[in-house]
Design a protein around this ligand. Structure first.
Ligand code: B12
Ligand code: SF4
Length: 503
């Protein structure tokens, strides 16, 4: 349907009830809308009868754009693209986002993919749809890969644009009511800076955004976030910057600005522990007054050996303790992430990390830990070495669907060891309180029982003993009594993904 000016954008399910509008698609929508195209946004998480809905919408559209990251999102990407191709072999399917950016060749090889976009998509998508509308070739559009007579062709890369030069995101396309119904909270994501100056060896960031941190000016952040929160009645913003605290002066100016305008929303950020620890208590209190209620920080491991292997020498333990202490004094929740199973981690290093978690949570009640299993992502520095460790790198797009830090199985972490680690992680979940984004109703009885289960859980972690896990069984029964919305897409779902889940 070449003459159509309608573009359908699809966001596959990401196995989480922490539902809100996908920023990637809001970002690429703006240039399309400004150029007079209409955009239909379909987010799997809030769309009943998904396949029928997509097939209905594409009937009078010009093309379908899909945004995905490595992992389970690939399942619906494949399913929906195949269904569209079965309806019309020639209907253009365009893939963008982290996975296609990091593995463009392999992604484009899939027979249901016509175009891949590497890196920032705002300018690329507009150029693509204009060419499609005119029936022209995609030759020369930077950052774009496409099929030419069945062969893969790649145009030169597109240079990164600083965030300040990007158009605002089309938040008005988001159905915040639907997200609120699912998540129990009305919230959105917001980007105030791009990239991170560090280069942890498991991280893919440098591969897509480089290491040149760039940010919006404080005034713009204040104006936009205040406007967003009031316009859409949002109670919370998650600032998804990789490292919000790179420029502390800017962070404090944002806080002053939000206090000045009387902002009422809560917000959370991601930042490294070393940068967070540069803030004194008064500065953190100012941020708290401005609504900052949580700082997610990647501790990753408590073993100096593993931190070295992760290229995280910028982080020392003193800064983690300082950050926990000062954040809590300022009433900001420090949320720390851990990665288990990193190549080189043995039982001893894992125990070091467990002991560290117990120590921090006991010394600083209110600090929380979220754990993941190491997952090798394409484009990360460690990826080039994982084959040495016996990992078979998938040879097709579909092969990456099972790469998911909640259950990744590794050659050195499988079978009994993998099950033991999962049990240990389950005990960590119940040993100390954690606060997810999604707002679940928990009654006083259930809360009391949860609290009671935390003591034996801590005992087990202290003694490294996980046989006869009765508390986990009780906890599962308890969860059935609490109404927790469950994502449907991921059959291997262990529990609804919640909280500071990004590494
Ligand atoms: C928010 C977020 C989430 C949210 C998503 C919520 C939502 N509704 O979108 C949640 C919490 C669910 C999440 C979960 C996970 N996440 Co996450 N997440 C992010 C984060 C912090 C921001 C993403 C974002 O919205 N950015 C802002 C938008 C504007 O930028 P963008 O996504 O890059 O999009 C641009 C381009 O990529 C491109 N583009 C994107 N899509 C499309 C589509 C088309 C058609 C086109 C043309 C262009 C295009 O154009 C956009 C504008 O320039 C990123 C880190 C980051 N810095 O981006 C990690 C990140 C995407 N997540 C990551 C990971 C690993 C995960 C988890 C596995 C974590 C975990 N421990 O479970 C899960 C996986 C989810 C799943 N089941 O598959 C990795 C992805 C690595 C990879 N190779 O894919 C990242 C990069 C973090 C990291 N540094 O490692 N995540
Ligand atoms: S893991 Fe975090 S600190 Fe490390 S490079 Fe990635 S974004 Fe930066």
């Amino acid at each position: 349907m070449k003459s159509s000016r309608k573009i359908v954008l699809f966001f596959p399910a990401f196995s989480s009830t922490e539902a809100t509008a996908p920023l990637s698609l809001l970002a690429i929508s703006t240039p399309l809308l400004r150029a007079g195209y209409t955009v239909t946004l379909i987010d799997s998480t809030i769309t009943p009868d998904l396949k029928r809905c997509v097939l209905e919408e594409v009937k009078d559209a010009l093309c379908l754009g899909i945004s995905l990251v490595t992992g389970p999102m690939i399942r619906e990407t494949v399913e929906i693209s195949r269904a569209v191709k079965a309806w019309n072999r020639d209907f253009p399917v365009i893939l963008g986002g982290w996975h296609p950016s990091l593995l463009p060749d392999q992604t484009l090889e899939a027979d249901f993919v016509d175009v891949v976009v590497r890196g920032q998509g705002e300018d690329a998508i507009l150029e693509i749809v204009q060419r499609l509308e005119d029936g022209d070739s995609l030759e020369g559009i930077r950052g774009v890969g496409f099929k030419r007579d069945g062969k893969l062709g790649f145009n030169p890369e597109r240079a990164l644009k600083p965030l300040a030069e990007m158009p605002p995101k089309a938040y008005h396309l988001a159905d915040f009511d639907a997200y609120e119904r699912l998540c129990g909270r009305r919230w959105a994501m917001y980007t105030s800076s791009l990239a991170c100056p560090f280069n942890c060896s498991y991280c893919t960031n440098a591969g897509v955004y480089g290491r040149q941190w760039n940010a919006l000016p404080a005034d713009q952040v204040v104006e936009e976030t205040f406007d967003l929160s009031t316009r859409y009645r949002l109670g919370m913003l998650w600032v998804v910057d990789d490292n919000f605290m790179v420029d502390i002066e800017r962070a404090l100016k944002i806080a002053e600005g939000l206090v000045r305008v009387g902002a009422r929303f809560r917000w959370s950020v991601q930042a490294t522990t070393n940068l967070t620890a540069r803030l004194c208590e008064d500065e953190l209190r100012l941020l708290r007054r401005a609504g900052l209620h949580q700082i997610c920080q990647g501790v990753d491991s408590a073993s100096p050996k593993i931190l070295n292997l992760m290229n995280k020498t910028f982080q020392d333990f003193e800064s983690i303790y300082q950050s926990a202490e000062r954040c809590l004094k300022a009433d900001i929740r420090p949320s720390f992430n851990i990665i288990f199973g990193y190549p080189g981690e043995g039982a001893q290093e894992r125990q070091e990390t467990i002991r560290f978690i117990l120590d921090v949570c006991r010394r600083f009640p209110g600090a929380e830990f979220w754990t993941n299993i190491f997952t090798p992502y394409p484009g990360s520095p460690i990826m080039s070495h994982v084959q040495e460790h016996g990992i078979e790198v998938p040879s097709s797009l579909e092969g990456w669907a099972d790469y998911f830090p909640r259950y990744t199985v590794l050659p050195w972490l499988k079978g009994k060891d993998h099950r033991r680690l999962q049990t240990m992680r389950d005990y960590l979940r119940i040993a100390f309180d954690r606060i997810p984004i999604a707002n679940y109703e928990v009654g006083p009885m259930a809360r009391a029982l949860q609290h009671a289960l935390s003591y034996p859980a801590q005992w087990r972690l202290d003694h490294d003993f996980y046989g006869f896990p009765i508390e986990l069984w009780l906890n599962r029964r308890l969860k059935r009594l609490i109404s927790v919305a469950k994502p449907t897409v991921d059959a291997k779902q262990l529990e609804p993904a919640v909280g500071a889940s990004c590494p």
